[in-house]
Design a binder for this molecule. Structure first.
Ligand SMILES: NC(=O)c1ccc[n+]([C@@H]2O[C@H](COP(=O)([O-])OP(=O)(O)OC[C@H]3O[C@@H](n4cnc5c(N)ncnc54)[C@H](OP(=O)(O)O)[C@@H]3O)[C@@H](O)[C@H]2O)c1
Length: 304
């Protein structure tokens, strides 16, 4: 049986009545496109190919974004302390790979997945070089454990922070988050203060060294740090000049719960808007829970 021949254009009587133009060129063009689509585009379904392309691209982008955060290694100094251990827990829960430093390995707290403990001392820069190798971010929650002697503020809060900042610079750290105090900062001459002046003077010197180091920083001037569940109160960022005024005007203790400051640290590492900022941080029941997450973008950068 002979196949009926396909007739084109005039032979098929296909002519536009209005324009009197032959449709043959269009038909041929469509036919060629169809063949090309069949050959290269999964059965000629253009919509399908476009959808497939965007799905693959979106999946790739999502995966690469996830990988970037999963592979970001954060070094935490002061990881055995009250605040530092809360920060280690929070960062590990958020998917960071954490290098937690302990002076004394027997203080290394448990085998949390995603946390690798290293031994080191902030006074020993070579131990920092070993411990911090491979880290993209640095978090410090160190604090002097003695009033005088080799573990006093001058050697921990100042020289220790200086050593951490120097090594952070050597390894090209993307950011350094320092847990400071609401009562420290360069807006006051702490050397003339009788109460806590010595500690605050050297803590502030450590902060100023970090700021001048060229390593992107976030300095969190913490209110009283307390161990209570997080995510139940709002968080307020403000200047430490105002912090002084606030703490003088209230008899109540001004606090920040450790899981909340840990969440702020984790969030600060994720976005560039938290960089090169220093501010006081406290819980504030007047503020909506979680509203602080948007505030890094708008928080003033010129606070001391
Ligand atoms: N507590 C508060 O209410 C409060 C309020 C505002 C600001 N802050 C500031 O927040 C920071 C953390 O406070 P925290 O209460 O969590 O302190 P913490 O519990 O006493 O912890 C201090 C951490 O620093 C480590 N450290 C001390 N000397 C070190 C050294 N030479 N090398 C390496 N690590 C060393 C300690 O390690 P070891 O375990 O080996 O001693 C410990 O992990 C401090 O800077 C503090 O001034 C605290």
């Amino acid at each position: 049986m002979t196949k009926p021949r396909l007739q084109l254009g005039r032979a098929a009587g296909l002519r536009s009545r209005k324009t009197k133009l032959s449709i043959k060129p269009i038909w041929l063009f469509n036919r060629r496109c169809e063949r090309l689509q069949r050959r290269f585009c999964f059965g000629g379904n253009v919509r399908k190919i476009v959808t497939t392309f965007f799905t693959v691209a979106a999946t790739f982008l999502c995966l690469s974004k996830y990988e970037a955060s999963a592979k970001d290694v954060v070094f935490v100094a002061g990881a055995t302390g009250r605040t530092g251990s809360g920060i280690v827990k929070g960062l590990a829960a958020d998917g960071y790979d954490v290098i937690a430093m302990a002076r004394d390995q027997s203080k290394a707290k448990g085998q949390t997945p995603g946390v690798r403990w290293v031994q080191g001392d902030v006074r020993d820069i070579d131990s920092l070089r070993r411990g911090m190798a491979g880290a993209a971010y640095v978090v410090s929650a160190i604090g002097a454990t003695q009033i005088t002697g080799p573990n006093a503020s001058e050697f921990i809060d100042f020289s220790g922070t200086r050593n951490l900042a120097d090594v952070a610079k050597e390894i090209g750290a993307k950011q350094f988050v320092l847990i400071a105090s609401g009562r420290t900062g360069p807006h006051i001459d702490h050397s003339t203060r009788a109460n806590g002046g010595y500690n605050r003077y050297f803590k502030t010197k450590g902060e100023e060294y970090l700021k001048a180091s060229g390593v992107p920083y976030t300095i969190l001037g913490a209110a009283g740090l307390v161990e209570k569940p997080g995510g139940q109160m709002g968080v307020r960022f403000f200047s430490r000049i105002e912090y002084d005024a606030t703490t003088k005007s209230t008899d109540e203790m001004v606090v920040i719960v450790i899981p909340d400051i840990a969440a702020v640290v984790s969030s600060a590492l994720k976005g560039p808007t938290a960089r090169n900022k220093a501010f006081a941080i406290m819980n504030d029941v007047q503020r909506p829970v979680g509203a602080w997450r948007k505030e890094f973008a708008t928080t003033d950068t010129n606070w001391p």
